[in-house]
Design a protein around this ligand. Structure first.
Ligand SMILES: NC(=O)c1ccc[n+]([C@@H]2O[C@H](COP(=O)([O-])OP(=O)(O)OC[C@H]3O[C@@H](n4cnc5c(N)ncnc54)[C@H](OP(=O)(O)O)[C@@H]3O)[C@@H](O)[C@H]2O)c1
Length: 214
C-alpha cells in the first residue's frame, strides 16, 4: 500500500444473490443490528465516500446515528457537478463536512455548492481520477476511508486495486433482476485473479458479516 493514501474499507449490504439494490433502486437491506455495525465502522473512519447515483437514489445523510460518535467527512463522486442542491448531504454540509469531487470538465462555477458549505475537489480530466483523489484526501489528513457504493463506484476502486479491506453483510433476501445493481458493476475483470483473504465471519441474527483483507 502506498503510504500517502488512506486505508480503504469497502462496505456493503448485499442480498443472497449479490445485489445491493432492487431493480427499482431500493437498498434498505440491513437489519438494525447491521446498521449499528455500519455506523460503528463509520465512526472509526475519517471519511465516507459514495457515488452520485447513491445520493440521487437513496438521498442518504451518511452520518453516524445508530451509535454515538463523530461523523466522518462525506465525499461524493460527481464528475459533472450535477448533484441536486436539495440532497440531504448538500443541505447539511454546514454541519457535517462534505466534499464534492468533480472532474476538470465540470462547469468552472461551483458557487451554488460552496455557499452551502461544500468543499470542491477537481480531479481527473473527464472522469474522476480516484488514485489522485485518495492522495489529495491523504494530504488532508484522511487516514481511513469507507467506500459505501454503489456498484459503479465499487468497481472503480477494485479496478484500480485500491481496496484494502471488504466488509460485506449478506442479508436474507433474493432480489434477482439483470437491471438490479450488483456489489460490483463496470466491465468486470476478465481473469480470476483479484483475491482477498477471509479474516472474519460473524453471524448476526439472520445475516452474516464477512471481513476480507487484501
Ligand atoms: N446495499 C448497499 O450497501 C448499497 C450501498 C450504496 C448504494 N446502494 C445502491 O446502489 C445504487 C447506486 O449504485 P450505482 O452503481 O448506480 O452508482 P454509484 O456508484 O452510486 O454512482 C456512480 C456515479 O458516480 C459518478 N462517478 C464519477 N466518477 C467516478 C469514479 N471515478 N468512480 C465512481 N463513480 C464516479 C459517476 O457519475 P458521473 O459520471 O455523472 O460523475 C457514476 O455514474 C442505488 O440503488 C443505491 O441504493 C446500495
Amino acid at each position: 500500500m502506498e503510504k500517502s493514501r488512506p486505508y480503504v474499507i469497502l462496505s456493503a449490504a448485499i442480498s443472497i444473490d449479490g445485489k445491493i439494490a432492487t431493480r427499482t433502486g431500493r437498498s434498505n437491506l440491513s437489519s438494525t443490528k447491521d446498521l449499528i455495525r455500519m455506523h460503528n465502522l463509520r465512526k472509526n473512519v475519517d471519511a465516507i465516500l459514495v457515488g452520485k447515483n447513491t445520493v440521487n437514489i437513496d438521498n442518504p445523510l451518511l452520518t453516524v446515528r445508530y451509535v454515538k460518535g463523530k461523523n466522518p467527512i462525506r465525499v461524493i463522486l460527481d464528475s459533472k457537478g450535477s448533484l441536486s442542491l436539495k440532497s440531504k448531504v448538500i443541505l447539511t454540509a454546514k454541519k457535517t463536512p462534505t466534499i464534492l469531487v468533480v472532474s476538470e470538465s465540470a462547469p468552472r462555477n461551483m458557487e451554488r455548492f460552496i455557499v452551502k458549505g461544500v468543499e470542491i475537489i477537481r480531479c481527473g480530466r473527464k472522469k474522476i481520477d480516484i488514485k489522485r483523489l485518495l492522495k489529495i484526501l491523504g494530504e488532508k489528513g484522511i487516514k481511513r476511508i469507507v467506500v459505501e457504493g454503489g456498484g459503479i463506484t465499487n468497481w472503480y476502486f477494485f479496478k484500480e486495486k485500491l481496496v484494502d479491506e471488504i466488509v460485506i453483510t449478506i442479508t436474507p433476501y433474493v432480489l434477482g433482476g439483470s437491471d438490479a445493481i450488483s456489489l460490483v458493476e463496470g466491465i468486470g475483470f476478465s481473469k480470476i485473479s483479484n483475491s482477498f483473504k477471509l479474516k472474519q465471519i460473524k453471524k448476526l441474527q439472520n445475516e452474516i458479516v464477512l471481513r476480507y483483507v487484501s
